[in-house]
Design a protein around this ligand. Structure first.
Ligand code: AMP
Length: 273
């Protein structure tokens, strides 16, 4: 595995690669969720590039940018063992100039749900993903459904900017107890972890209700709110795959999302119906 810090060097190396290139962008503190994306890229491409970059522009003032877990040595080993060909670990100085040309998330879909509670977050996400896609010019790029709105907005950006990369959505990986894997789970105490499980439990209940024929979004949300009572919620929402709010579940075209705080840790999760 080759470790690269400079965007220019990675661009040059990329040009020498023959065949297909898979790309997995991450913020590191790698877990099985990230690994599932890397494994899929390995299966579907001749070469795999992984990036680890805690992107400052997608954190709002007061968020956890400073304390976000950084596990660079462990991450390098994980990538090496996983068979990653190129590991890209730039610094913010490598990636950004002063007074940058900006990216604007769409005014509606970029400012609902996550974008409502983290205004400007998706500007930063799209800015960095745009840069990373230009540096790596991948055949395919792998994104988790865990960050469903991010996935939707990246797909929208790639389409609108006529980029050649195919965005590949990947299923959510969970711990045995149901908790969706996240780098932020390390913040949770044992007690908080038990509380956090209610999020996955509420989503499972929602899926069960749909299975048993309930399609009314309000009825499902009401039951979810009961389960989620101990959690300080940002939102529970039911949308179609284009992130339009819906009153009735459409099987094959629905995402049910939850975001909230357990202690001071903000968690998001969702289920695709
Ligand atoms: P992050 O490092 O949290 O920015 O995540 C990097 C990529 O991994 C994103 O596309 C995430 O959606 C994806 N990801 C994070 N957690 C999971 C998970 N539990 N299952 C699947 N993909 C995930």
């Amino acid at each position: 595995m080759k470790l690269v810090h400079s965007p220019q060097e990675l661009k040059s190396l990329r040009k020498t690669l023959k065949g297909s290139v898979g790309f997995v962008p991450t913020m590191g503190a790698l877990h099985e969720g990230h690994l599932s994306l890397i494994k899929r890229s390995k299966l579907e491409n001749d070469h795999t590039i992984v990036s680890i970059f805690v992107n400052p522009t997608q954190f709002l003032p007061g968020e956890d940018f400073e304390k976000y877990p950084r596990r660079y040595e462990a991450d390098k080993k994980i990538c090496e063992i996983a068979g990653v060909d190129l590991l890209f670990m730039p610094t913010p100085q490598d990636m950004y100039e002063k007074d940058e040309v900006g990216m604007y998330a769409p005014k509606i879909k970029g400012y609902i749900l996550e974008g409502h509670f983290r205004p400007g977050h998706f500007d930063g996400v799209l800015q960095v993903v745009n840069k990373l896609l230009h540096i790596t010019n991948p055949t395919r790029a792998y994104f988790g459904k865990k960050d469903a709105q991010q996935l939707y907005l990246v797909q929208k950006m790639v389409r609108e900017f006529f980029l050649d990369t195919q965005i590949v959505p990947c299923d959510i990986v969970r711990d045995q107890d149901g908790l969706a894997l996240s780098s932020r789970n390390v913040y949770l105490s044992q007690k908080e972890r038990q509380k956090a499980l209610l999020i996955a439990k509420s989503l499972k209940k929602a899926a069960k209700m749909v299975q048993s024929g309930v399609i009314d979004a309000e009825e499902i949300k009401k039951r979810m709110y009961d389960i989620l009572e101990p959690i300080k919620l940002d939102y529970v929402e039911i949308v179609d795959r284009e992130f339009n709010q819906i009153d009735q579940i459409k099987i094959g075209d629905t995402i049910i999302l939850v975001a909230g705080y357990v202690g001071s840790t903000r968690l998001i999760d969702n289920i695709w119906i």
